[in-house]
Design a protein around this ligand. Sequence first.
Ligand code: GLN
Length: 535
Amino acid sequence: MTKHIFVTGGVVSSLGKGITAASIAFLLKRRGYRVKMQKLDPYLNVDPGTMSPYQHGEVYVTDDGAETDLDLGHYERFAEITCSRDSNYTTGKIYSSVIQREREGGYLGKTVQVIPHISDEIKKAISQLDGKDVDIAITEIGGTVGDIESLPFLEAIRQYRHQIGRENGLFMHLTLVPYIRAAGEMKTKPSQQSVGILQEIGIVPDILVCRCERPLSDEHKEKLSLFCNVKRELVIEEQDVKNSIYEVPIELAKQDIDKYILELFHMHVKDLKIDDWIQMVNTVVSPKSGEIEIAVVGKYISLRDAYKSIYEALTHGGIANDVRVHIRMIESEDIEKDGAEKYLSGVNGILVPGGFGDRGIPGKIDAIRYARENKIPFLGICLGMQCAVIEFTRNVLGHATANSSEFDPNTSHPVIALMEDQKKITAKGGTMRLGQYPCVIKDKTKAALAYGSLKINERHRHRYEFNPLFKAECEKHGMIFSGTCPDNNLTEIIELSGDHPWFVACQFHPEFKSRPLSAHPLFRDFIKAAAKKQA
Ligand code: GLN
């Protein structure tokens, strides 16, 4: 029988519940158990695919093409697991299936209600994680206890645990223990109140993870244990880490949280094997081959979460090359105003990430021109590849009005255009080219060198494509089409030949498949080229 851990959060949001849940999954995996993870989000959108990065940060895409919460990125990166559609449910998705069933007559004669129908549907979502191949399932509830929209989810996990029993289900609550500077003290009251809200709905946490800026004293731990009804050894301190989020599992392991979880589940406590992870964190903290700076030119630069996986993948590239990667975040509209030189001079590499809409496009194109002309290693991703094609056709082929039909539907040179099967689609949610598709790589290219294989699979999230009408002309002037989708001949990777050290751009999103212990090949080689530029 699959055991379940339910993770809730209290006091404030942004405590790093996803990273904590993922760290615990990692530790349990490294104790030899098979783990699956899931996030339940209380908002009404069916998925985050249509939300602005300002609302939601990055949209993380799974192999099977689900547009999901960015916490799933943490799950995949920390716990080395592969998520799917079943790994993210929202209130919108739950309600949609209940309402659809009601229309089909699935509840004939009954009044359809939040409890039991919505809560049953949530329990069904949780049980998707059950299986012979899963020892422990971790379900994270988004939001903060006390939010109106969280209630059906909390009721569902309360019932779930009641049904499977204490031995098979655990509640873990993540809370904040703030340090009040004026009083010079840490305060446990907000945590007591948050646990109080949980208890009102019948949930008593088994484990309390306390986020704090400073160490928790024994006295605080005693107090929290007593007032929150949690065993003393299960009051866990999670202090802010100094250098890298990848330190979190190491810090949690020092307090044996994984061991206690296994004991509560009456499971055998096998040895914990994390030497490779500790080694990796040491590389992040003190790399041996120096430091480099990579410019990321985007339009949500002030938002740390908007390019989460990109920033992580750059760090992984640094780990693989034993260098520290500093990221210079640049608003593409600033380049538009003041020119590329002012913002890009001195960088070792330039990355243009994905995006939608025409704001900031000219700045991205200028940044790419700067990378091409000054022979600075360049990695373009999705919109970044599309802008690289626009830049090349404008400035190398001389088609001054070349554009993507996303930005100018009447352009004389639609070098990036809508695919035939996208033309009839009007609905916005879940209708892009999404998820994993195969790609065949041309031998003896930079892509082939990076992957060390001529057949790969990568994750996608886009509507527009390179227009094959312009392929021959681009090739004649030195663009190499080094990756193609074998199903439909769509362009997946382009690169430049000649004397540019490393100029590669891809239509897919390699950042989603990069892991700290195995950097994505394109990020690894991009950072390698950037580190060489410094020498
Ligand atoms: N807006 C572009 C498209 O839809 C690129 C999308 C992206 O970068 N994810 O094709």
